[in-house]
Design a binder for this molecule. Structure first.
Ligand code: EPZ
Length: 439
């Protein structure tokens, strides 16, 4: 990861001139959990369609530090196939520095407690989008009989034998659902998780675990029941394959609507995008679902770049509008006719990028830190300071999109944050005609 790298972008000045195809990667927020799930297995597992992104490499490093054997097929991350053998793991203290960088590392604690009976890890710091506590994880572990100690910002969790429990999440938590689901896979007895998250990424991981001997029911609904194997590790008789990244797909839908004459999005799953597609169609975007893996966006060139219609959105847990698409959505809404209100209900600090859009000419006001009111359409242009910064993965994409539709030349720093969730973004954008390079 080179923290000094920047994107240099020449904007399209409102023209919808890009043309071609982008192919989606495997879902980061599924792949990371499957990598953690490898700890539940007696031998080497095969994970396919793994995105070659920073977060995957960070989790790789953490697992290697714990003693696991990890290898990309042909030693090449572009193979998208990863082999993990957890049988050589010889440590239960998770590397603090690496784990602090990536909150998803907390998901390791479930499988590690299940297999080794203890784990220590750094209290995940908040990040730019919010405090991101782990109280719901800790409460769940205590219900399963674990002792939890926090000392000098390190959690020490012990439980030689996790026991069955009924856990009712006070808040819907994606990571909490996945982590306690995996913690329960090897126990003796039945655990019931209530008020669960229903994301397709959780279904993706659970289906793989079930294909290898786990007994998990109800994933994708708000109640998940896990009957443990009684201490037997899972057998790697089936490989895992990450589902297409629906957040990447949604990001490219917004990009295509504002910058492309014609854009195909390949290797996607339109079923996971129905809400976004309906909202964009109602706004006037021409979207065709070509087949079960391909979406096409067209902007008829003979008609003056007519504005799309504004609309309101409230972010919600799946199947509601994804919080991870909130920032690309707001960039899109700056180009829509009328006033839009976007209400963020999942994280408490996810509008920090708005100031950058306002600097580019957008008309947005943030109310009570959880609602952005956008008035459009506003042309975006280079202000005196054309240097912008990515605040988090998704806000970084939103800023790239804003620079692409603006008139002028722009530099975006902190792009390693974008690399955490979007593999080779500039390469894929250049392939459809965008003037963007990495320096
Ligand atoms: C996952 O984070 C995703 N990350 C996030 O994507 C995504 O934004 C989020 O789910 C919501 O969809 C990964 O899967 C790696 P949560 P997670 O636990 O699991 C509160 C991206 O850009 N909460 O569902 O950490 C929490 O503070 C990232 O790819 C507690 O209060 O999210 C938040 O307000 C960003 N206590 C809400 O719940 C807890 O113990 C939802 O968080 C746990 C969570």
């Amino acid at each position: 990861m080179n923290k000094k790298e920047k994107f240099i972008i020449r904007g399209l000045g409102g023209k919808r001139a890009l043309k071609g195809r982008v192919s989606l990667n495997g879902a980061k927020n599924s792949a990371l959990k499957a990598m953690a799930g490898a700890i539940l297995f007696e031998g080497k597992v095969e994970l396919n369609n793994i995105p070659n992104t920073e977060d995957v490499h960070t989790l790789n490093d953490i697992l290697v530090d714990l003693g696991a054997k990890i290898q990309w097929k042909d030693n090449d991350p572009s193979s998208k196939t990863l082999y993990i053998d957890a049988s050589t793991m010889n440590k239960t203290d998770i590397n603090s520095e690496k784990a602090k960088v990536m909150r998803a590392s907390v998901v390791l604690t479930g499988p590690m407690l299940a297999r080794f009976g203890k784990v220590s890890f750094p209290a995940p710091g908040g990040c730019v989008i919010g405090a991101r506590p782990i109280d719901l994880f800790i409460e769940g572990y205590k219900k399963m009989g674990a002792t939890v100690r926090l000392q000098d910002e390190i959690y020490y969790i012990e439980c030689p034998k996790l026991k069955e429990a009924e856990i009712n999440f006070e808040k819907i938590t994606v990571g909490g659902t996945e982590t306690l689901m995996m913690a329960s896979v090897l126990i003796s007895g039945k655990t019931v998780l209530k008020n669960c998250a229903k994301e397709p990424e959780i279904v993706n991981v659970a289906s793989w675990l079930n294909a290898c001997g786990a007994d998990i029911e109800g994933v994708g609904t708000d109640t998940i029941t896990i009957v443990g194997t009684g201490g037997h590790l899972l057998k790697p008789q089936n490989s895992y394959r990450a589902i297409p990244d629906r957040i990447e797909a949604g990001s490219f839908l917004f990009l295509g609507a504002l910058t492309a004459e014609e854009l195909y999005i390949d290797n996607c799953n339109p079923e996971h995008l129905s809400l976004v597609i309906d909202l964009l169609k109602n706004s006037g975007v021409s979207i065709d679902i070509v087949d079960d893996k391909t979406i096409k966006i067209t902007n008829s060139q003979n008609v003056e770049n007519k504005s799309y219609r504004a609309f309101n959105v409230t972010t919600k847990e799946y199947p509601g509008f994804a919080t991870d698409l909130q920032s690309p959505l707001v960039t899109f809404l700056t180009q829509c006719e009328g006033e839009s209100a976007v209400t963020e209900t999942i994280f408490e600090g996810r509008f920090k990028y708005v100031n950058d859009l306002v600097d580019l000419g957008a008309r947005i006001s943030v109310i009570d830190n959880n609602k952005a009111v956008v008035s459009g359409p506003t042309p975006l242009y280079q202000s005196q300071d054309n240097h912008l910064t990515a605040h988090d993965i998704r806000a970084g994409f939103a800023i790239v999109l804003a620079c692409l539709i603006a008139k002028g030349n722009f530099t975006i720093s902190n792009i390693h944050l974008i690399d955490r969730g979007y593999e080779s973004l500039e390469t894929r954008l250049r392939a459809i005609g965008a003037d963007i390079r990495r320096e």
